[in-house]
Write a protein of this length. Structure first.
Length: 272
């Protein structure tokens, strides 16, 4: 009788981690190994606490707790936090890189793209979309990804468009989890932080292609679906940040000021 084909040997990702981590100079590096696209991330230097004091002062002065800085101590603690967060989000059915090997100093995760085909960040795709319709469609996909995360009772870390990626099947993947906002803030405020990060990183692109009015309508529809605690926290945050609406629309104040102005316009529903 014909014998069954021998099963392919299991890949030893732990051995890959042990052999590559000691020689990797970059904090994060991509590898093609045994037909798989992998990322190896190793611990970097610890982050000093003083770097968060300025933002903490601004948060206290404006009385906007959603802007309270979330400590990222760096080093081995950041590795442990990211591994735990990736595993938690994956268990909720959210699309994040799969962790395949872990040590105290480093870990290995799968790339969200296919072998030899790295994924594109949503931020880059938005900047390259060109037309208002294409930009708005991509922006809505990012907003839907946020709603999915929040619907699972979770939050992201830094929900900028650069930390969302377009997968081959059209889905949105999520990356970069070195800190854990929910360990320091109530969940509704964490989810408001997600919204603020996403809008701040995208509103200026929508304005550039004159898609901001359509995005305002989409945002108001989406807002109605968010949980009441998040709606209340966001309304309080918008009230405290009302001065942003008084920023002039001139580019002479610099790119950052203009981005803040566009983010406020999108959330508040004001006309540009």
């Amino acid at each position: 009788m014909p014998t069954e084909a021998a099963a392919a040997p299991a890949l030893d990702f732990a051995a890959f981690l042990a052999s590559h981590a000691p020689h990797q100079t970059a904090l994060v590096q991509r590898y093609q190994w045994q037909g798989h696209s992998l990322w190896l991330k190793r611990a970097g230097p610890a982050h000093p606490a003083w770097r968060y004091r300025a933002l903490a002062w601004v948060s206290h002065w404006l009385q906007v707790p959603a802007l309270q800085p979330v400590p990222n101590p760096g080093g081995v603690q950041a590795i442990a936090t990211e591994v735990q967060r990736l595993q938690t989000l994956a268990a909720c059915g959210l699309r994040v890189p799969a962790v395949v090997a872990v040590s105290k100093q480093a870990f290995v995760m799968r790339d969200l793209g296919q072998a030899g085909q790295p994924v594109q960040s949503l931020g880059h795709a938005l900047e390259q979309a060109g037309t208002a319709a294409a930009t708005l469609a991509l922006w809505q996909r990012g907003l839907q990804a946020l709603a999915q995360v929040h619907g699972q009772g979770q939050c992201l870390s830094q929900a900028f468009a650069r930390n969302m990626v377009l997968c081959a099947d059209g889905g949105i993947g999520l990356i970069d989890f070195e800190d854990d906002p929910a360990a320091h803030l109530p969940l509704p405020l964490c989810q408001v932080r997600d919204v603020l990060c996403y809008v701040h990183s995208t509103a200026w692109i929508l304005a550039r292609v004159q898609a901001l009015p359509q995005a305002q309508a989409t945002w108001q529809q989406a807002l109605a679906q968010w949980s009441p605690p998040v709606q209340q926290a966001l309304a309080a945050t918008q009230q405290r940040l009302g001065l942003l609406g008084k920023l002039p629309r001139s580019r002479r104040l610099g790119r950052d000021a203009l981005r803040l102005r566009m983010a406020w316009t999108l959330l508040a529903g004001n006309n540009v």
